[in-house]
Design a protein around this ligand. Sequence first.
Ligand SMILES: *Cc1c(COP(=O)(O)O)cnc(C)c1O
Length: 399
Amino acid sequence: MPVMTDEKENYQVDTQAIRVGQQRSQFGEHAEALYLTSSYIFPSCEEAAARFKGESDGNVYSRYTNPTTNMFEQRLAAMEQGEAAVATSSGMAAIMSTLMSHLQSGDHVVCSSDVFGSTVVLINNFFVKFGIEVSYVPVNELEDWRTAVKTNTKLFFLETPSNPTNRVADIEALSKLAKSNDIIMVVDNCFCTPALQRPILFGADLVIHSATKYIDGQGRCLGGAVVGSKALIEPIIGFIRSGGPTMSAFNAWVFLKGLETLGVRMRAHSENALAIASWLTEQAWVRKVNYAGLESHPDHALAKKQQSQFGGVLSFEIEDDKAAAWRFIEANRLMSHTANLGDAKTTIVHPATTTHGRLTDEERQRAEISDNLIRIAVGLEDRQDLIAELERCASVALQ
Ligand SMILES: *Cc1c(COP(=O)(O)O)cnc(C)c1O
C-alpha cells in the first residue's frame, strides 16, 4: 500500500500532480501504464506465502492492490499532504468505507447540514439502523458544532465550501474542537480539490474525494478516495479489501491523467466563476449572488485564508418566484440542465426542487435555499458565451 518514499513529494502541488507516484515498467513508457489485471502471478511458493501473511507487499489480487490504482493513491496523498490514501469505486464508497471503519454502534456523528444528498441518505437510512446517532449543524456556525458535541461524538463530517450557497467552515477552529474531544474530523474536499484547498494543513484528519467530479473533470468515470495518516487510512483499507468497493484500474488511470491538469482547470473554473458572479451582481434581475470569491460574501475572508481560489460553483437568486427560476433554466440552450458538477461543461440546476428537495421547508430556509435560487457549476466554455446565455435566459424568464 502507498508508502511515501518519493522525493517528488516535496514539490509544489502542480508538480506533484504530474510527477508523484509513477512506477515505470521495464518498457520505459512515458505515460502511466494501465494494468488491467484482476490477479497476479506468484514467483514462488515462499513469496506467495509471504504475500498472504502480509510480510511482502507484492500484489495478490486487484480488490487489494493494483499498480495503476497505487500510482493514483500516492499522487493524491502527496497533493493533499497526507501520509497515505486509498481509492474507492465512487465518492459515496469513500464516505461509506470511512464511516464503516471508524464508527461503531453507539457512536455519534456531527455532520454539516448541507452535505451531498446521498451522504445524508447513507447516514439516516443505513448507519442509523446500526446504532449510529447523528446531528446536523450549519457548516459555518462554530458554536453550533461546539454545542452538538456529546460524550459519544466520534466523528465530524463536513463539506466546505457548502453547496450551493458557498458557506465556509473554519477548518482550523473546528479541528481544534475535534482534537480536544478525540473526534476524527473528516472533510469532503470535492468542491475545491487539493489544487485550491488542502484541509490537512488546517488540521483535518481525513479528506474525502469524489474523483467523479473535478479530478476526472470531464464527466467520464466514477471514483473516490480517502487521504490521511497511515493510522487512520489502514482500517479503511481493511474494510475495502474485504467489503469490495475498490476503484477500477481503468478509472484510476483516467484520474491520474485528470490530476495532471487539475491545477490549470481549477484556476480556469475559478476565473470563469468569479467573472460570472461579478457580472451577476450588476444585473437588475438578480437579488443575491452566493460566491465566496466576492468580497460581499459573508465568508470571503475565511475562504481566502483556506483556499487559493474559490472554485466553479455559484448560486444566485433571481427576481420573482419558483416559476421564474424554472422558466430561466428551461430557456437555457448552452448549459447542461443536470445536478452534476466538476465538468468542463457548465451545468445549471434548481436546488430547491432537486439536490435539496429532500430537506423540509424549514431546513431549506435555514440553509438559504430559496425557491428562486439557481445553481451554476461553471465549466470551461468562453465566459462571454455563458454570460450572453444567462442574459438571454433572464430576458425569456422575466419578461
Ligand atoms: C458527487 C459528490 C459525492 C459522491 O460522489 P460519487 O462519486 O457520485 O459517489 C460526495 N460528495 C460531494 C460533495 C459530491 O459532490
